[in-house]
Design a protein around this ligand. Structure first.
Ligand SMILES: Cc1cc2nc3c(=O)[nH]c(=O)nc-3n(C[C@H](O)[C@H](O)[C@H](O)COP(=O)(O)O)c2cc1C
Ligand SMILES: Nc1ncnc2c1ncn2[C@@H]1O[C@H](COP(=O)(O)OP(=O)(O)OP(=O)(O)O)[C@@H](O)[C@H]1O
Length: 190
């Protein structure tokens, strides 16, 4: 797996997923595995574009679920061929939608895979509809928990804050929880 700074990766074809992906929870895992499967079927590299820190950590001071290092390990295990890490700061978030689209075009994505609520660009003006003017965008039906609620990083943060570790465990996924706890600010030793 290769790691890149924004604007440097040029590919003749790819399958792309973009997102904060904080915690790589079961919803993220489903999305990433689907995109990886499509990349394999199409015989093109699988590219993940992520942000550090996650936008909500930078903008709202939300607690970060997973370090960048841990996220990169997870992405490698899932089979990402390339990861672009955008340093999310004042300068980055001022990029207008067309500038970000131009950057994505350098990777010639044949498919972009997202969940239903993906937004991007300055003032969150970029929607799935905007993205669809330029690329083939596929939407994964959101993965929900048994109670029917959508799995999200926000929900997991709340569960951990409430001390509901067993539900957080379920939403993060069995295989992921042990090392997640060891690496996170929610470590049991903390
Ligand atoms: C180029 C760019 C600029 C962004 N600017 C803003 C912004 O001005 N305000 C904001 O709240 N989020 C901004 N974001 C963050 C997005 O709202 C969103 O968090 C990000 O695209 C990741 O999607 P996700 O939250 O679904 O993972 C920006 C994202 C990108 C890629
Ligand atoms: N439960 C889910 N099922 C499918 N896709 C999901 C799910 N949760 C998030 N995604 C998708 O993963 C991508 C990255 O989303 P993001 O990292 O913002 O996740 P999130 O859990 O919604 O985070 P937060 O709660 O902090 O907003 C987006 O395309 C989003 O729609």
């Amino acid at each position: 797996m290769e790691i890149h700074t924004p604007g440097t990766l040029k590919l003749s074809a790819s399958v792309l997923t973009i997102g904060a992906l904080d915690g790589i929870h079961r919803g993220h895992q489903a999305l990433l595995l689907k995109a990886k499967e499509r990349a394999e079927q199409l015989g093109v590299p699988f590219v993940v574009y992520t942000f550090d820190p996650p936008p909500k950590v930078f903008l709202r001071n939300s607690r970060q679920l997973m370090s960048l290092e841990e996220k990169l390990h997870r992405l490698m295990a899932i089979g990402a061929d390339h990861v672009i890490v955008g340093s999310f700061n004042e300068a980055f978030m001022k990029q207008e939608v067309p500038d970000f689209i131009a950057e994505l075009q350098k990777m010639n994505p044949v498919e972009i895979w997202e969940g239903p609520n993906f937004l991007f660009g300055k003032n969150r003006k970029g929607t799935i509809e905007v993205l669809r003017r330029f690329f083939k965008v596929e939407i994964l039906q959101p993965l929900t928990c048994e109670q029917g609620e959508m799995i999200s990083s926000t929900r997991i943060r709340k569960l951990l804050q409430e001390g509901n570790y067993s539900q957080a465990h379920k939403l993060l996924g069995e295989d992921y929880f042990t090392s997640f706890l060891a690496a996170s600010p929610y470590s049991l030793q903390a």
